[in-house]
Design a binder for this molecule. Structure first.
Ligand code: CP3
Length: 372
């Protein structure tokens, strides 16, 4: 578990103008955790959202062996192996445990299936009556394989590489639970929230309470930091963003920190745009992951002055490669590398991404003769 910093450093960390200390760093510290703890790194640590996945031949091979996607997530040996694949190949600064945000609805007793080429399918919670029958307590034994996978990965990682646990933010998880599948604009969940706010709040509350338990279990199993994915935050009007994205995330952060006060937490309210400063202020996250459309000066002046920033290469630039990729990498570094930055994509890597392009991106970020 993350160690507590001496009080003097805590004070420095909380001071909005200080982004870097002139301290000699312990050579065993993990660069990723250093940035989350307020200490900018000269070379930004790097990992990619969805880094374990279909663009890797070794993933596709194991996926075929495991059968279903959930079988892959819930077989610790396989989940640990898939988590480690991108770290071995690219020496990323962080591993993210291989699982999915929809394991929470699954543990709440909902039916969750992943159809090949179609994405997730759940039994829709599309009426207040169905919501009234929703269990408020997840069966945590169903999630035990995720904890076991974390313990296995932890044993394999070297001392420089951090391990990330995660969950979906309540709003984003609820959009799948209500609609039963992904939708272009999350209309079913938005409509449920307008028409039946009390029923909708019950779904959100169940996700909040069980996500806290799930994240605490992940910390206990060896996660060094946590990320909360709010992929669909950007479809909400400001009032609803406050109510359904910020408030539930704030409760998760507070619930986790009640047990683990120095838990490091990254929020990813994708598409939050100008609402990001209020998100960080209210939730108390240590960092935000930003999407590629984020406006750089807003991020620098109102976000990166307070917390670390993770992002934000357009995944399509990574598919394109060549000069367009170099330019896109340089833009991220120019925009954000003067402050606390964890280099990442603005959203998950796509399956058609060529592996040499990932290598090109990493070389450019780490400056192996290509930068300056
Ligand atoms: O980042 C990682 O490598 C860790 C694993 C991870 C997965 N899903 C594996 C996965 C993480 C962090 C997630 C998060 C997730 N899952 C999100 C939030 C982040 C984001 O990308 O927006 C969401 C919205 C989901 C729900 C989900 N899972 C969808 C919509 C889909 C289908 C779309 C798709 O990409 O195929 C999944 C399936 C899924 N989750 C796959 C993987 C590797 C593909 C499944 C396969 O191999 O067939």
């Amino acid at each position: 578990m993350a160690k507590t910093l001496p009080v003097v450093y805590q004070t420095l960390r909380n001071h909005s103008h200080i982004t870097e200390y002139a301290l000699v760093q312990d050579p065993t510290n993990k660069p990723f955790l250093e940035v989350l703890s307020g200490r900018r790194q000269a070379v930004p640590p790097i990992w990619m959202m969805r880094q374990a996945g279909r663009y890797l031949p070794e993933y596709r091979e194991l996926r075929a062996k495991a059968g279903g996607f959930l079988d892959l997530c819930f077989t610790p040996e396989f989940a640990a192996e898939v988590t480690l694949q991108p770290v071995r190949r690219f020496a990323f600064d962080a591993a993210i445990i291989f699982s999915d945000i929809l394991v929470i609805p699954y543990a709440l007793g909902r039916t969750v299936r992943f159809e090949a080429g179609e994405g997730p399918r759940l039994d829709p919670l599309d009426t207040p009556d169905k919501i009234a029958a929703l269990s408020s307590e997840a069966d945590m034994t169903k999630l035990e394989p995720v904890f076991e996978a974390l313990r296995r990965v932890k044993r394999e990682l070297d001392s420089k590489t951090a391990l990330i646990g995660f969950c979906g933010a309540p709003w984003t998880v609820a959009t799948y639970m209500i609609a039963g599948q992904g939708t272009p604009d999350q209309a079913p969940a938005r409509m449920m929230a307008y028409r039946h706010p009390d029923a909708f709040a019950k779904v959100i509350d169940a996700i909040v309470d069980n996500s806290i338990r799930y994240l605490l279990g992940q910390l206990q199993a060896g996660a060094d930091a946590l990320q909360i994915f709010d992929t669909w935050a950007g479809v909400l009007p400001p009032r609803e963003f406050e109510q359904w994205s910020i408030e539930p995330t704030k409760r998760i952060v507070a619930g986790v920190r009640r047990q683990v006060p120095d838990a490091k937490i990254i929020g990813f309210p994708r598409g939050a745009g100008a609402l990001l400063p209020s998100y960080i202020e209210a939730t108390g996250v240590d960092a935000v992951s930003i999407d590629w459309a984020a406006e750089p000066s807003l991020i620098r002046d109102k976000v990166q002055n307070r917390v670390a920033v993770q992002g934000n290469l357009d995944p399509l630039a990574l598919i394109a490669g060549g000069a367009a990729l170099d330019r896109a990498v340089d833009d991220v570094l120019t925009n954000f590398a003067a402050g606390r930055l964890i280099f990442n994509l603005g959203h998950g890597i796509q399956p058609e991404t060529p592996i040499p392009h990932v290598e090109q991106m990493i070389r450019r970020v780490r400056g192996n003769g290509l930068r300056q």
